[in-house]
Design a protein around this ligand. Structure first.
Ligand SMILES: Nc1ncnc2c1ncn2[C@@H]1O[C@H](COP(=O)(O)OP(=O)(O)OP(=O)(O)O)[C@@H](O)[C@H]1O
Ligand SMILES: [Mg+2]
Length: 341
């Protein structure tokens, strides 16, 4: 396997919750991301899925060092281009600047991330100016070609964000991310806010851009179905940790972790021959990352929990080539005997 483009090594992101007031002390800590290892190969798309609040966006933003130190305590390492981004981030925004253009993010809500008072031409030109990548008429040419790249017309450059549909606005967000010729893009639920009829178009555009421009994606989504066509591998997150990591079709066809099985059994199955698949119902809410359960974080909701699951956190273990699971019974190779209804 080729060396990774981006490697997360025990990445942790904790948000201190401060009581209001002068000289306030940190009371509690939100352990949003709590020790993630992940190596993303050049040209690969890794899907990152899990329920709301499990730490997907925090992971994406922490890779890019988008949190000022007073907001989040980031530990562990993120390797890119022979540098540790966490160490650079700690040294302040200036230290990250030379690498910023390589690492971009596309947000869920393109409207919120576009300045309503700026024409989209200026919005796309802004990163080119900040990074000194083009001057004068070369800027206009580059903006026009970026608009064409994302399927919009250069004549639209003078218009404002409110004149565009949701899908078009997401295309503008993509054009702006592409302006600086990035290598790696965190796609944070880029299609979740769009009409279902538009979602496939944007997914296809992103897949095509990855091929054409040799991009690498961390593609965040709520459920596996949303990423199984675009991602080569899928990482399933639960309460700040990765519980399963495997090639996309394998996770989908033969999920191993009880949480992944529950996530998949929540998806309607159109193929009648597959309807036999046992449903695992997820009881209860995702617990708070302020005070996560001891042992395996999933044990209070797991129909297969054993005594060890309540005390010892299972490490992410390679149970067969390329398949990683953090689950005591699965790592031991014992098939699940308790069947959930
Ligand atoms: N700036 C912050 N300060 C304090 N807590 C935060 C902050 N940002 C996120 N959190 C908390 O960290 C946890 C993880 O949040 P995150 O946004 O990463 O989840 P997510 O998986 O992206 O969820 P969603 O699917 O809803 O987008 C949540 O409990 C959230 O409330
Ligand atoms: Mg999120």
């Amino acid at each position: 396997m080729s060396p990774a483009l981006v490697t997360l090594d025990r990445l942790r992101v904790h948000f201190p919750l401060r009581a209001k007031g002068f000289l306030s002390k940190t009371r509690a800590v939100v352990r949003a991301v709590d020790g993630i290892d992940l190596a993303i190969a050049p040209g690969e798309t890794v899907g990152l899925v899990g329920e709301s609040g499990c730490g997907k966006s925090t992971t994406g933003r922490a890779i890019l060092q988008l949190y000022p130190p007073r907001v989040a305590t980031i530990t562990g390492e993120v390797h890119y281009g022979g540098r540790d981004l966490v160490a650079l981030g700690r040294r302040g925004p200036g230290a990250m600047r030379p690498l910023r253009k390589d690492l971009q993010i596309i947000f869920q809500d393109p409207y919120a991330s576009l300045n309503p008072r700026m024409t989209i031409g200026s919005t796309i030109a802004e990163p080119l100016k900040i990074h000194g990548l083009a001057k004068g008429s070369a800027i206009t040419e580059r903006v026009n070609s970026l608009l064409e790249t994302v399927g919009l017309s250069p004549t639209m450059a003078r218009r404002f964000p409110h004149e565009f549909s949701g899908g078009q606005r997401q295309r503008i967000g993509i054009a702006r991310a592409l302006a600086v010729n990035p290598k790696f893009i965190v796609c944070d639920e880029p299609i979740s806010a769009l009409d279902v009829s538009i979602q496939a178009q944007i997914m296809n555009l992103m897949a095509e851009l990855r091929e054409r421009l040799g991009l690498t994606y961390l593609f965040i989504a709520h459920d596996l179905a949303a990423v199984k066509h675009i991602a080569q591998r899928i990482a399933v997150m639960y309460l700040g940790g990765i519980v399963e990591l495997a090639p996309a079709d394998e996770v989908y066809e033969r999920p191993l972790h009880p949480y992944t099985r529950a996530l998949i059994s929540a998806v309607p199955i159109p193929d009648p021959s597959q309807r036999e698949r046992k449903r695992i119902r997820l009881d209860g809410e995702i617990p708070s990352p302020i005070d996560p359960p001891p042992g395996c974080h999933f044990h209070p909701r797991c129909p297969y929990a054993e005594p060890i699951c309540k005390t010892d956190a299972p490490p992410l273990t390679e149970v067969s080539p390329g398949r990683f699971v953090a689950c005591h019974p699965v790592a031991r190779g014992s098939p699940f005997t308790v069947r959930a209804s």
